[in-house]
Write a protein that binds this ligand. Structure first.
Ligand SMILES: [Zn+2]
Ligand SMILES: [Zn+2]
Length: 206
């Protein structure tokens, strides 16, 4: 009789332990599911903020950069960048300077905010050529990929060379520019407006 009581108590304890264990497993599974949902929603932006902090970018810069985030790299891969805040006024420029610096029919360029450019790696590998006073074309001094140009008259902006982007982008080119400077073998077969100078919208206040 006594031994039967002990057995019963033991089996009750066993049941209690089992239910505790299944509660613990349930809790861990829930934590795993909630954790992975949280990471998929917030993980990417948190990672990018942490990365820019690691690269000594001011926190306000990392946080106030808009919803677009594009990534790019030069041909040798040493320079890697992030572009935050979108790209404006993308055009195909057929001027002789863009032809020579890109080595082809035209360069595709667009405005980005200087504050929106994060150079993740290889900053020391960026050199520049000053084509006219205050206007610099920045490129990788190892592989010669054009990265962006800068103009002292609008220091808050840069003109990104779109060929270095690795991300798909939402924006699209709006025109062919400086078409009278194009190479004579360049037949401009795209269905975009053509201008002999800058696109007119560049001078419209936005
Ligand atoms: Zn390079
Ligand atoms: Zn040009």
């Amino acid at each position: 009789m006594k031994s039967l009581k002990i057995k019963k108590r033991n089996s009750n304890t066993l049941l209690l332990e089992r239910s505790k264990r299944s509660e613990l497993i349930g809790f861990l599974l829930n934590a795993l599911v909630i954790g992975s949902i949280f990471y998929s929603v917030f993980g990417q932006s948190a990672a990018s903020v942490l990365k820019s902090l690691r690269n000594s970018q001011p926190i306000h810069q990392a946080l106030a950069l808009g919803r677009h985030m594009y990534q790019g790299s030069c041909l040798c891969g040493a320079i890697t960048i992030e572009v935050h805040g979108g790209i404006d006024s993308i055009i195909h420029c057929h001027c002789s300077k863009c032809r020579k610096s890109s080595g082809t029919a035209y360069a595709t360029n667009g405005f980005i905010k200087k504050a929106g450019l994060i150079i993740k790696t290889g900053e020391e590998q960026i050199s520049f050529y000053e084509t006219s006073p205050g206007k610099k074309r920045h490129f990788c001094k190892v592989c010669a990929s054009p990265i962006f140009s800068s103009n002292e008259s609008s220091p808050e902006l840069l003109r990104l060379r779109l060929g270095i982007l690795d991300s798909c982008i939402e924006e699209r080119p709006i025109s062919h520019n400086f078409v009278s400077s194009r190479a004579n073998w360049d037949d401009l077969d795209a269905e975009l407006p053509r201008y002999d100078g800058h696109e007119p919208s560049r001078f419209v206040q936005k």
